[in-house]
Design a protein around this ligand. Structure first.
Ligand SMILES: NC(=O)c1ccc[n+]([C@@H]2O[C@H](COP(=O)([O-])OP(=O)(O)OC[C@H]3O[C@@H](n4cnc5c(N)ncnc54)[C@H](OP(=O)(O)O)[C@@H]3O)[C@@H](O)[C@H]2O)c1
Length: 232
């Protein structure tokens, strides 16, 4: 089954965190005030270079992300949210679909009235699997490629989504931006959340394919070793 070329994109602190643990309504301290303007610029260019951007529901609940480009920077990619049970609040900014399509991926267990409400707000609904809150990512990737024409996809988070994507071997590249700050906190969010890969399986391994220093930031790109062995 064909699927988009898929890139994990994550900004990570020097101590390996992507966000402090927060409650909805608490401001994200890892925002444009903290990140250097040239990095925000590069991030914008990365978004401009893909057909789709995907996040998990928590990114919407916590950050109310719009996932759009800066004004005048090009055509917004299609936005995709994993929301197995269609729990996204109708007020979420990403549901303003007037200029940019939003795909909400649910499972067969999503309540029909919630799905209808999201549709009414303008979202395209993809039903992928019947595993409760957990969207079937392999099925979703094929649908994004075939029905929505998404050939290149960035996945911006969060940690639970990255974990599932790695487990399902759906990443072609991992791009990490190592940032010059420390978040701390044992409860803070890391790039890959939930269960460890070992025991129960082998630890996935990757090969460094690119690196670039931008001011105090380091961009590193890795590819799965398995993929390098077998080609694209
Ligand atoms: N620094 C960065 O680059 C960066 C970028 C983006 C986000 N973030 C931060 O990351 C945090 C959010 O990350 P998070 O780990 O809490 O949550 P997350 O990965 O954003 O969201 C996980 C949500 O997606 C749902 N989901 C549906 N299908 C799934 C599947 N197949 N696999 C995994 N999840 C699935 C989960 O359902 P269940 O509820 O059933 O698990 C859960 O509700 C926020 O604090 C945000 O600010 C940082």
């Amino acid at each position: 089954m064909s699927r988009p070329y898929t890139i994990m994109l994550v900004a990570v602190s020097l101590d390996g965190k992507i966000s402090p643990r927060r409650q909805p309504g608490q401001t994200n301290p890892i925002g444009p005030e903290l990140i250097a303007p040239e990095i925000m610029e590069l991030h914008n260019a990365q978004r401009a270079g893909v057909d789709g951007i995907m996040v998990g529901l928590n990114c919407i609940l916590l950050d109310d992300s719009r996932l759009t480009l800066r004004a005048g920077a090009g055509t917004n990619p299609t936005r995709v949210v994993l929301d197995g049970l269609a729990e996204m609040p109708p007020s979420a900014r990403i549901l303003d679909c007037s200029n940019t399509p939003t795909v909400v991926a649910v499972t067969e267990q999503a309540p029909a009235d919630r799905v209808a409400e999201l549709r009414q707000r303008g979202a395209d609904i993809v039903v992928a699997g019947d595993n409760g809150r957990f969207v079937d990512l392999t099925l979703l990737m094929a649908t994004l490629r075939e029905d929505f024409g998404i050939k290149r996809l960035i996945v911006e988070g969060g940690g639970m989504v990255h974990r599932s994507m790695i487990a399902d071997q759906l990443y072609d590249e991992l791009q990490l931006i190592i940032c010059p700050f420390v978040i701390g906190g044992a409860e803070s969010v890391t790039p890959v959340q939930r269960g460890a890969f070992w025991p129960g399986g082998a630890v996935p391994t990757f090969a460094l394919t690119d690196s670039e220093v931008v001011g105090d930031y380091l961009y590193v790109t890795y590819q799965p070793r398995e993929k390098l062995r077998h080609g694209p």
